[in-house]
Structures are given as C-alpha cells and as structure tokens.
Design a protein around this ligand. Sequence first.
Ligand code: ZN
Ligand code: ZN
Length: 238
Amino acid sequence: MSEAQQSSTIYENVVEFVENYLSLVYRRRVSDVSDMVWCPEWWQHAEAVARLDALWRAWEYFRLDGAAGISVWFLDHADPHMFELLDRHGPFTYCSVHGGHQDMLAPLPLKSPPPYLFGDPAVADHETGSDSARVTIYRDVVEFVEDYLSLVYRRRVSDVSDLVWCPQWWMHAEAVVRLNALWRAWELYRLHPATGLSIWFLDHADTHMTRLIDQRGPFEYCGTEKGHQGALPVDDGA
Ligand SMILES: [Zn+2]
Ligand SMILES: [Zn+2]
C-alpha cells in the first residue's frame, strides 16, 4: 500500500477499527448467559482477523459513498460477518467474555489425498500461467484446503456436534467441486483489496461451508473421529 493510500484510511489497521469503531457501535449481549459469544482476544482467531480485516477495508471503501455507502456496509458486510462471528457454533465457540480466550478449536482435520488424484493438471495449470490471471497463490485445491481453509475456517466438527466434516473430503465429488470453486473464487477476489475478501467470505465460503458441514450434507455418514465412511450412494432410481 502506498503512503497516499495509507493516509486515505480513517483507521490505521483492523485493531484500531475494532477498538475505536466496531466494538463501540456493534454492542450485543455477549455475556455467558446469552447464546451469542464473543472472544475478547478475537485476534487469536485467524477467521476473526480475516473477517474483521475485510470488514474494516470494506468500511473504508463504503464510507466514501456518502449516500448509501454505510447502509450497504452495515447490511451486506457487517451484519453477516458479525452473525457468523457471534454464532455460538462459530469460531468463538469455546471462548466467552468471562472465561476469555480458550485455545481449543482445532483446524479442520485432514488426510492428504494420494498425489495421483490432484497431481498433474493443477500443477500444469499453475506453471503455464504466463498471463497474470493464471498466477495463483495456491497450487491447487488441496494446497488451498490444507494451508488456508482448514486453518481459517475452524468449526466444532467432532462427532458430538451437529456439524460434520470428513478428513477425506476429496472422496466426495461434491466437496471437490465446491472447494475447487471456492479456491478459484478466492484467487479472484483476493485481487480486489477493498471489498474482495469480505464478499468471498459471505457469498462463497459461508454458503459452501454451511452446506458441507451440515449434518444432512454430503459428509452425513463421515466424521472427524470415525473418518470417511463412504460417499452417499447415487440413487439409480431402481
Ligand atoms: Zn478466543
Ligand atoms: Zn467422507
């Protein structure tokens, strides 16, 4: 970011934005008796940092639109991000205002796929990218899931929860298609610094992940402890 761009933001960084704006404006009953949770050490959560940083950047962008800007920011960005963050099954699930930060939410457990499953086409795609549009941060969907998504998008997906996750997600065609699309969308939206990652989270990641970890979704028979149990059968209409 150039100096001109830096001085054009009201807040210097996401911490200033959360401390001096968001926490004052967005007050909710997040004490222990409520079904909404908040972690005073939100910056310990990669997902909260990613979302709130995106929310800050979107605010700096929308405030320049003196007409409907802040209304759009509230409805299309702040509300859905805060809904996810404050949800008691969300990233702060083990934390609370009184108990403080609890470092208990593990990354989504993963087993790596055999290399032949995702090997050559993705690598070729990556390495032949001479035009800038083809240059990606992650080599393929596996690297994206292992090095980004599973670390950022942590949820309580143990077998006692009503959220399910399969460590061998790559055995499920639906998960492969969704997560591959999610990776490609991330590579596109990251190029838009003002609102890109906020939109990626809300319009792509949240929707896909909600479908995937739903207990009646594609991982219905699988679990983090019992592992992959086979994909749902295809109904052949017989
Ligand atoms: Zn916490
Ligand atoms: Zn499975």
